[in-house]
Each structure stands twice: as C-alpha cells, then as structure tokens.
Write a protein that binds this ligand. Structure first.
Ligand SMILES: *Cc1c(COP(=O)(O)O)cnc(C)c1O
Length: 379
C-alpha cells in the first residue's frame, strides 16, 4: 500500500463485536474473565487496551515497523527508551536536541549514572570519535529543533552496526510521511504524537516503533511496569488525526517552502534555516532521506536583537505565539526563552541558537494569509 492508503487503513480492523468502522473508545480499566486466566487477550488497561492496540498497530504500519507502543507523552517515550540502559552506559546525541530531551538526559538520567555526549551530528566523524566501550546508543533527531539541521540516519546506522550500538531516531519533525528511519537502519523510532501525528493540537502523547521482537519485549515490559500509558480517548484522537496525515503534511511542506523563500528574500532577515535550500549544509542528505522538507522554518533577524524578535512575535496574528508545533494552525515561538530555555545560555550559543531566532511551525492555512501576516509583522 502507498502511504495515504496506509494512513487511512493500515493496522485498523473494524470492531469485532459491532463492525463499527471507527475504532471505539474502550473507556474501561479492566475486562471480565470467564474463569481465572480465561480472557479475550485483555486483562487490565495499563497493559493493553483495544483502542490503544489499534493505534499501536497503525503506527507500526506507517513506520514500516512491526510493533508500536504508545505512551502518555513524547517524554514518557524518551524515558522508556533510556530505561533500557544501565549505570555506566553512554549515549551520543546532537547538540541542538529538543530541549525536553536534553533536560531529561542531563537533569534526570545523568543522576542515575548514564552519560550523554552532545556533538554536531551533521559531521559523522565527530559521532564516531565519541564511541567507546561504554557506548550503547546513538540518539538521532532529524530535522533538529529549532535549527533544522539534518543528520544522516543511514550513516549513523552504519557506525552503530560496526560498534553494536542501538540507533534511536526521534521522528517527530519529519513523521513517516517524510522519512522512515527503520528503513534507513535505525532500531527504534520515537515520536511525540502531540505534534504532526495527532496534528490538531488537542492531545499530548508519545510512541515508539520497532521491528525487532526482543526490543519490543523489553520496551513493552517498561511500558507496563512504569505505567506511562495514554487513555483510550486520547488514542482515538490520534487515530483520527492519522487519517489525514498525508494530506496535512503535503500542505505543511508546500506552505513551508513558500514561507522559507519569502523570508530568505526579506531585508530584515539575516538567515533562514530550512533544509530545502540548496545551500543548506546537509541539503543532499535531506534530499536522499526525506520525501520533502517539512513545515518547520526558523530565521534570525538582522542585528540579532532579542527586542526585535519579541516585537515580530507580538505583531504576528495568524502565526500564534505558543509552544508546540505540527498542528493545522500556524504557530511561532522564541526558542531562547520558550522551548529551549532549559538549555543554559552558553550551551545555546555554542549550538548556534541566536537570541533573535524565531521558529515557525507553518500550518495548513491559505499561503496568501500566512505571507501577509509575516510581511506586516516584519515591517
Ligand atoms: C515535543 C517533542 C518531544 C516531547 O514530546 P511531548 O509529547 O511534548 O512530551 C520530543 N521530541 C521532539 C522533537 C518534540 O518536538
């Protein structure tokens, strides 16, 4: 099946008891057993819930994986993956990582004896130079947030194979519409479903998809033991959102391209970060591993003054000032004071996160309205 057909049908079965075409919301915590241990595969909703099962199957299909696991947030999915490690283990990741991932790595798991290295993963020699006998995992996020750097997933997988490491890919920004990391050699795909996958800014949820049965067992054990599972109502909302993922992504990409080109030609703009530009330093890799370039665009103002960025953000009307991304509505944000405030200023500068950097999540509205909103705010 092609992607759009899969988004609508894959992993979804009509409800076995009624034939309902839409997956029912199984709002139940437990399931009746006829005799001890004699049940229909469902015992307790932390462990399994039919609405969640359908969503997990749909996600596995979209990522070309075998098993999906859903969590109560993207961060709970990150948490579950790192819980596979032990004190002394090391992880290599990118230096412009999602702020929340950076925070859980350095402020939580570092206290449990797990060590994290952050480097410019656009350069694979830097990644390989950090590998030692304690390394267990390479954590890839691509495109990165908010600088839209591109990391070569296949290249990371080759290094990982050589040293017997796991590759995790946070696929939140790209979604399986744009790239399927498991096909490029990653072992684990992680998502914040809160963003493009849910797509309607109405739910917080995370997911993991794997191909390997052993990895699935380990992660399912953590999912059930630690208990950060989503409720059935939220699973229903994401199932509903997934059905239009391909349509939304197509428009996000079209609008993203036009916004990036508009900003690039604007006198008040110093630099635009968008992987579709030929001069983007990893454009070639983006072209190879992605179908298109997505709806995220970041830019820096001439003079790099924080006041100027704040003024632009206050003037924007259709681009709403809010954290998060990937919904149908366009959002704007100021990483230095919002999403990335938990990264120390010094680390932020090292990673190239300028004070006037503005991040746009370009929605699916009419492009004329989005461009005139930007035009007016930059005047
Ligand atoms: C939002 C986000 C997360 C965290 O997900 P939540 O659902 O907010 O917990 C992780 N990675 C990336 C890239 C994100 O954008």
């Amino acid at each position: 099946m092609k992607f759009g057909t899969k988004a609508i049908h894959a992993g979804i079965e009509p409800d076995p008891t009624t034939g309902a075409i839409m997956t029912p919301i199984y709002q139940t915590s437990t399931y009746v057993q006829r005799s001890p241990g004699d049940h229909k595969g469902y015992e307790y909703s932390r462990t399994h819930n039919p609405t969640r099962t359908q969503l997990q199957n749909a996600l596995a299909a979209l990522e070309n994986g075998k098993h999906g696991l859903c969590f109560s947030s993207g961060m709970a999915a990150v948490d579950a993956i790192i819980k596979m490690l032990k004190p002394g283990d090391e992880v290599i990741s990118t230096n412009d990582l999602y702020g929340g991932s950076y925070r859980i790595f350095t402020k939580i798991f570092q206290n449990y004896g797990i060590k994290f290295h952050f480097t410019d993963m656009g350069d694979l020699t830097k990644v390989e130079s950090l590998v030692n006998e304690n390394t267990r995992m390479i954590w890839v996020e691509t495109p990165t947030n908010p600088l839209l750097n591109i990391i070569d997933i296949k290249g990371c997988a080759e290094i990982a194979k050589k040293h017997k490491l796991l590759v995790v890919a946070d696929n939140t920004f790209a979604t399986p519409y744009l790239q399927t990391p498991l096909d490029l050699g990653a072992d684990i795909v992680m998502h914040s479903l809160t963003k493009y996958m849910g797509g309607h800014s109405d739910v917080v949820m995370g997911a993991i998809v794997v191909k390997d049965d052993d990895l699935h067992q380990q992660l399912a054990f953590i999912q059930n033991s630690c208990g950060a599972t989503p409720g059935p109502q939220d699973c229903f909302l994401v199932l509903r959102g997934l059905k239009t993922l391909h349509l939304r992504m197509e428009r996000h990409c079209q609008n993203g391209r036009q916004v990036a080109e508009f900003l690039k030609g604007h006198v008040k703009v110093e630099k635009v970060f968008w992987p579709g530009f030929e001069e983007h330093k990893n454009h070639k890799v983006a072209q190879e591993q992605m179908r298109d370039f997505g709806g995220m665009v970041s830019f820096v103002l001439k003079g790099d003054k924080v006041e100027d960025a704040i003024s632009v953000l206050e003037k924007l009307k259709i681009f709403t000032l809010a954290e998060s991304l990937g919904g149908v509505e366009s959002l704007c944000g100021h990483p230095a004071s919002m999403t990335h405030a938990s990264i120390p200023a010094e680390e932020r500068m090292k990673a190239g996160l300028s004070e006037s950097l503005i991040r746009l999540s370009v929605g699916v509205e009419d492009i004329e309205d989005l461009l005139s909103d930007l035009e007016r705010a930059l005047r």
